[in-house]
Unconditional design. Structure first.
Length: 283
């Protein structure tokens, strides 16, 4: 059995979902690079991890919604750079229709970015792409990077897709503070899970993941209010269940939480906020 033994393995797993979606005639997005990025290990993980196929809808919806918000930030808010923290195998600089002079910065561990570099050799990004190999848990290194990026004054959207859930709350707070300290970092796009969702994930994926190496940690009971003391406010929230219904990618049995919500109104909001994509702005 192939197991997820490092957080970087999750990038292979999610790339496999993007490849699956791209093969559909009604695909929400087209990622022609996802299959080569995921490789055999990504496909093996999909088959080995319990509940992996049943969870495809959530990752596909997250990708599609973040695509929409990134486009919106460029067209409406004047963003001229994305800083993609824990970029993993995200192929947006290649697959999205981005301005040629747009700046995109991929930041992640050397191992995963080296794999990505080999897989994407010969492919040309649509925009100006910079790749930065650092460990984001090294606060001194990330502050140095953030300080350098602040020098050109570009209005920046920070993206951290699939990152925060693996961090301790104190580490998320520190990252929020460091991002807030950079005036040009005006928006921060994240995904956020509730404690109930994290409990479900631990039970469902338990046999396919090494919990000591790939732990689910960050799921603040207060939701986006967690970020308020660190200078970030909620600008826009997209709830996974609602977005899945809108986009036609609902999970099997999606009618059950809707029925429970109608019968027990207090439960409706709990189900609604289990998983979400959030755009934060500077307070």
């Amino acid at each position: 059995m192939t197991r997820i033994e490092h957080v970087s393995d999750t990038a292979l797993w999610v790339a496999t979902y993007r490849a699956m979606e791209s093969e559909r005639p009604d695909a929400l997005f087209r990622d022609p690079y996802a299959g080569q990025l995921a490789g055999e290990r990504g496909r093996a993980l999909l088959e080995s991890v319990p509940w992996a196929r049943q969870s495809a809808w959530a990752m596909i919806v997250r990708t599609a919604v973040m695509d929409e918000i990134i486009r919106q930030a460029i067209e409406r808010d004047g963003v001229t750079r994305v800083v993609n923290l824990a970029a993993g195998l995200d192929a947006r600089p290649w697959r999205m229709d981005l301005p040629a002079d747009f700046a995109w910065v991929d930041v992640d561990l050397p191992g995963i970015l080296d794999h990505k570099g080999v897989a994407m050799e010969g492919e040309r990004p649509a925009c100006r792409l910079e790749t930065v190999r650092i460990d984001l848990s090294d606060r001194e290194a990330r502050r140095a990077l953030f300080g350098r990026l602040a020098e050109d004054g570009r209005p920046t959207l920070v993206v951290s897709e699939g990152l925060l859930i693996y961090l301790e709350p104190a580490d998320v707070a520190g990252l929020a503070d460091d991002l807030r300290a950079v005036p040009t970092f005006r928006w921060w796009l994240i995904d956020l899970a509730s404690p109930r969702l994290v409990d479900m994930m631990r039970k469902r994926y338990g046999k396919g993941m090494d919990p000591g190496k790939v732990p689910f940690r960050f799921a603040p009971p207060e939701g986006t209010a967690f970020f308020a003391p660190h200078g970030w406010r909620e600008v826009e929230v997209r709830f996974n269940l609602e977005e899945a219904h809108r986009l036609g990618r609902e999970m099997k049995g999606a009618w059950i939480p809707r029925l429970i919500g109608r019968l027990f109104p207090r439960k409706a909001e709990e189900f609604r906020r289990m998983g979400m994509v959030v755009l934060l702005g500077r307070d």
